[in-house]
Design a protein around this ligand. Sequence first.
Ligand SMILES: *Cc1c(COP(=O)(O)O)cnc(C)c1O
Length: 367
Amino acid sequence: MIPSNKLAPLYERHKAEYDSAAIRAMESGWYILGQELSAFEAEFADYVGSSHCIGLNSGLDALILAIRALDIGPGDEVIVQANTYIATVLAITENRATPVFVEPDGYHGIDPDKLEQAITEKTKAIMAVHLYGLPCNMDSIVEIANRRNIPVIEDCAQSHGATWKGRKTGTFGTINCFSFFPTKNLGAFGDAGAIVTDDMGLADKVKTLRNYGSKKKYYNDVCGVNSRLDEIQAALLRVRLKYLDETLNERASIAEYYLSNIDSSVVTLPSIRPEASHVWHLFVVESQNRDDLQAHLEARGIQTQIHYPVPPHLSGAYGHLGYKVGDYPITEGLANSVLSLPLYNCMTDDEMREVCAAVNEFGGMRR
Ligand SMILES: *Cc1c(COP(=O)(O)O)cnc(C)c1O
């Protein structure tokens, strides 16, 4: 059986280092907002190429606090691509602002050509999601946003280390969000996330917000929350970060193998923008017979996943917004055709071969 994902092998590969990092954090006697977090924040900011990093509880918290730090609230609109994980949208509605959906371009990123029409007087931010690990068209998005003086928020939950014209995601927007959920390319051993920004004022605001709205203990300036990345997770993430590029290279070689060995007339392979590097958080193929393909693979012991089967605008959570099937046809088409093949670090050659053979068996070979 080949699972869609497998997390333990990457821990096993550097087990001694993870174990000693966790023990070091425990032995320090200091568990929240300490040296491990400060060190991780400095190291991750440096990795991304941003001035500030603020560690938080989760990727969703990062998105929520990014929007809050920009003072976005009721009556404001935030533009977001329609084909994203619901967390991106929840961050908008959690702040009582209104999501305005925009369809993706041919690479699953927000379509700059459709972005401009969605902007109104009420637009207070544009969210770009580097879905599956492939950066959005950042030149066009930033150009449109700058011309209108609207801040950009990057959702980098799936794109740690991915680049657009050689620059890493997380350096294009005004305030940018990462998740370190265990399955992400830089994953903690529990929930964790972060914001990166070059804006000192925003960094300061997020730091205050994550700690009950307090800069000085027991003096609370704003209504904040409790969203802190704890010392053990920070210590473990420092080890993960040390090996991140190695992790990404390994994922790239698996993706490369799939790209050159999958050859079925009824399966479309992911395409990569020439200006970008893909970090392969997910290897997503498309098929008009997606459900049959998934069943075919399942019957051969290969597990796959769908990212994502229901677009946010059609989800139960947003029923009250009144969207209907057909409102965002490209996004809805993707929800019905995308399938994520197994891709995880420490995947064996046999496993990769097996996946390709099973996919190629579906619908016959092209050549
Ligand atoms: C995982 C993910 C999030 C949420 O991150 P959590 O750490 O799970 O809260 C947000 N946006 C995208 C695109 C994601 O993939």
